[in-house]
Design a protein around this ligand. Sequence first.
Ligand SMILES: Nc1ncnc2c1ncn2[C@@H]1O[C@H](COP(=O)(O)OP(=O)(O)O)[C@@H](O)[C@H]1O
Ligand SMILES: [Mg+2]
Length: 328
Amino acid sequence: MLRENLFEKLKCYSDFSSKEKDLILASANYNNARILKEDSVFRKNHSLDDSIQDLSFLECLGAITSKTWAHDICMADQFLKDQKCISLFDRSVILNNWLASNGICPLLRFAFSKWYEIDFPEDVEDLAELSLVYLYKIIPHVFSNLSKNEEFIAEGAYGRVFIGEDKDKVIKYPYNFAAKNFMLDMESNVYKKSIGSDLNNYFAKLYKFHDGIMVKEYIEGVSGWYLLEHDKEFRADPYNLKQLEEIYHLINKFYLEYNINIDMHPGNFQWSYKDNKWFIVDYGAMPKIGSEYFPRDCFHKYFKKIWLDLHSLMKDIPIRSVDLLFYK
Ligand SMILES: Nc1ncnc2c1ncn2[C@@H]1O[C@H](COP(=O)(O)OP(=O)(O)O)[C@@H](O)[C@H]1O
Ligand SMILES: [Mg+2]
């Protein structure tokens, strides 16, 4: 679903202000420089350093058309690869400069501790999807129709969530360009697709999606992440593991049917003490790159890696899917 109109989404880059464009480009390079060194000061200086902005290749890289864009980008990268003198990182910088000068969103190449090469047009599509989701998060979106009686409860990477006056609904407002333009839209489409299936019984109800804003059933309780963090007994004896396992299988089934990766992160699950039940409060999908991290073959593997181990690991070394520059 994130894959729909990928090229149009990449082209949105051309509508940003020059300050926004510069930030996105620098951010992509800053992230990609992780292939050189993890140190953030080094990467910041390096990504903003004009000497790496070699423009001499730009003219050799050809044109990008809406029909063959993934192929065109793949060919351009191949051309740069054939120039043996260019390092991996410099190649990505040149390619990103070329994309940006064509009004196309630059590409993230380093994610989840790994460098992604472009060998086929499909690799370009995978990277495009990843880059849009992350880089368009940098651009803030200010929402204005907040009512006085709504109280902030929590936020994720895309939405700020408020509880309504009657305390039975939450309102999720998009607060960045990615959320406003496609992430919440996609989340509401996941909901629509799930209607009538068993999976839908575990989703917080979506009452309304209008003008980029979601109104959902409020699930009073605590998130899986909160329980891992604050409740020692939960780790030893997690609540209703059978039910989590059922949800896990339903999500996998949904994936096989629609090729949509629902983000099965513990922060998206909410435990309701009242109903003695797990709910998924965020049914947003994630890009293909990164979704491989979630074991699909065995629930216990998934639970150990994504709930128990990930939580301890995040405390010691926060895993950075990607590392971006934001407005101060
Ligand atoms: N329906 C809900 N009921 C209760 N809490 C919610 C609900 N929806 C979201 N939240 C809280 O808000 C947080 C952020 O919402 P989420 O939908 O996950 O946003 P994002 O898409 O930005 O990750 C959740 O982790 C959860 O703590
Ligand atoms: Mg979330």
